[in-house]
Design a protein around this ligand. Sequence first.
Ligand SMILES: [Ca+2]
Ligand SMILES: [Ca+2]
Ligand SMILES: [Ca+2]
Length: 765
Amino acid sequence: MKLPSTYNPLKQDKINANFIIGVVASCLLLSSISQSSLFAANDHLTTPTGAPWNPAQSDQWVAMDNLSRSLPTFSDVGETRPDKYIACFYFLWNGRHGDAGPYDISKILSEHPEAKDDPNSPHWGGVGIPHHWGESIFGYYVGEDESVLRKHAQMLGDAGVDVICFDVTNQLTYPESYRPLFKVFSEMQKAGNKVPKVAFLCPFWAPNKVVRELWRDVYSQNYYPDVWFNWKGKPLILADPDYLSPAPQLSTQNCMPASLDEKSTLTQKFSVTSQFDRIYINSPTWKDANSSVDFIIRDESGKTLEKREGIKVFDNVPFTVRFETPFPAGVYTVELKKGKGGRIGWWSRPIEGDNYEESAKKALNIDAIQWLEATKNGKKENVVRMLSVGLYDEETDKILNFFTFRPSQPDYFVGQTKPNQWSWLEVYPQHKFYNDKGEFEEMGVGVAQNAVEGKLGVLSNPRSYGRSFHNGSEPEPENCDYTGLNFQEQWDRALKVDPEIIFVTGWNEWIAGRFTIDAPFHGATPVSFVDQYNEEFSRDCEPMRGEHEDAYYYQLISNIRRFKGVSKPTLGVPKPIKIDGSFDDWSSVIPKYYDTIGDPTHRDCRGWSKDTRYVNNTGRNDVVETCVSYDQENVYFYLKTRSDIQGDFSSDNWISLLLDVDENAQTGNKGNDFVVSSNGKTFVLWKTDVDQLVSVSSKIEFQTTGNELELSIPRKALELGSGNLTFRFKWTDGIDVLADWSSFTTDGDAAPNDRYYYRYEARQK
Ligand SMILES: [Ca+2]
Ligand SMILES: [Ca+2]
Ligand SMILES: [Ca+2]
């Protein structure tokens, strides 16, 4: 991999000493003991008017990623657009498919490049065994790791993701993973944080088992309804309602297309032995994308029971007519006429023999239906029209009424082929996906695609569409980088056409099973992996340990801001503050800044392999609020924690204030020009250089009482001058402030989170 020219050589792959990977000694799940009891109502959580509910206003936080790219701000992207949504593909399967390994393909290939084409290399796990494309910043974690789930809730919430969509396309629903996730996300939300809601993406062609399982285990049980994502007024499920049992058997094999013109009418008469509430019909449109049909169902006497005009029809894709109340067993006739738009017909199967009913049953054996007669313009024809019924049952009816259904298009190339379909991943230029009202609703945006030569393929093929794919080609390995060229090309397309919701693939897939050259996908290689392979040929945004780190996370945030806009920051106003341990004088100071509530790191969970345990107890004080004031002489800072401040100046990595006074990431330590922190005895102001703290003042005036802290720094000491005041700042507790940025994600509490800073701006009168 080539590093881009802007790559920061100062970053290190240092593993923080507090991040212990050890052998299992005891299995006490300490992290879950006290979290839920800590969550209580907070006073700052009223919704900012006009903006989507985002109490922490994370959209105003500033940050520069490890490629020196700054997040866009209000002045770059403008005011919040409230009716724009982000979905992100999310995986529950880590730790649910055995504990062999972890086999990290990127590491195996870097240490043993000869293994690439050698399926017998001892470095690979067995065929079918999951392999990681790389290692997450949180290690090779498992789905029930509540500390990781809490970080996901925070990171995706900060980014502006509205819904995470769980991959349950493999007929498994992973309750051992979704249960802790629902619990953690619900706790985070109840505490007052903006976190994504959830939905499930079900098997493309056979969703019946999974949808019913989720209905029985989650939705009918009212299991954590506060985290369900609603779309168009109902909980969203990414599943095809036409493939709930019984799946329509409407093959066009041995059929002829009966054409409909403006003057013609086609009918099929049939009897049905049970109640039914849906009819499925298969029609050709001769590839016309703009065809529709008018539908009538009559009873035995010929009376019209229901009429639907202008049903949009996709070529050779069965369409469904669902009735509000089921019809009883009996004899019915369905009649089709051409609707507005393009060419349309009805697939019809010729039958032989004199007895229509017997021959039809023999040719097309669909349970519960007896075929009685087919006509064209009133004249009998010896054919069966492709029609099927959905028998009524109470559970199916409840399911169909309960959800908003959005079937996923599995194909990366053809675009929409069903009404209300959503894309989860496509190649550039991605198609627009419309809802049944004809509104442009959705578009997919992916980091990379397992596409080879225009076909669904394996990501282990070097000609597949990796992270650096753009302008129609995958660069040579030496020209690949971490700038997310593929992702950006797809984002630029989506931002230009501006759908209502963008579906991003993805966050944390991490693994793929190993195949051989016999893998049933295009471009299979001797050592094949379909959906993930190595750093270049993978499609996760979750930060990885080392290499590109969190570059894709910040690229995701940047583009979400371009799509959804940013709330307008408030300017600071000067007010002198007395540093006396009484905090009343802070109440009127604006703006207030917030951090995630309940996010200090408390981790104790098994890793991927059974003899690995991830333990991190650096979490201590939970920063929830801060603000800044100033006068001619000083700049004042206020800090509020969730409970009374724990620890003191002798504690490891106690509370620190990081200041980037010139808003320049190239000056100071990681951009921080000054740090206020303990010298073991009291607070002092340190000036920094690239890799250390250099004390410049003996003492900082400060006071703490209960859960509040205030301090004062002479403006002169911060080299801030007397003009307009702008700087970036950040609080930490339980974090080594000189450590690599990854510690700000994995350790203690950073306020704001991760690489983010608060930005203070005040204009001198
Ligand atoms: Ca916090
Ligand atoms: Ca700086
Ligand atoms: Ca935080």
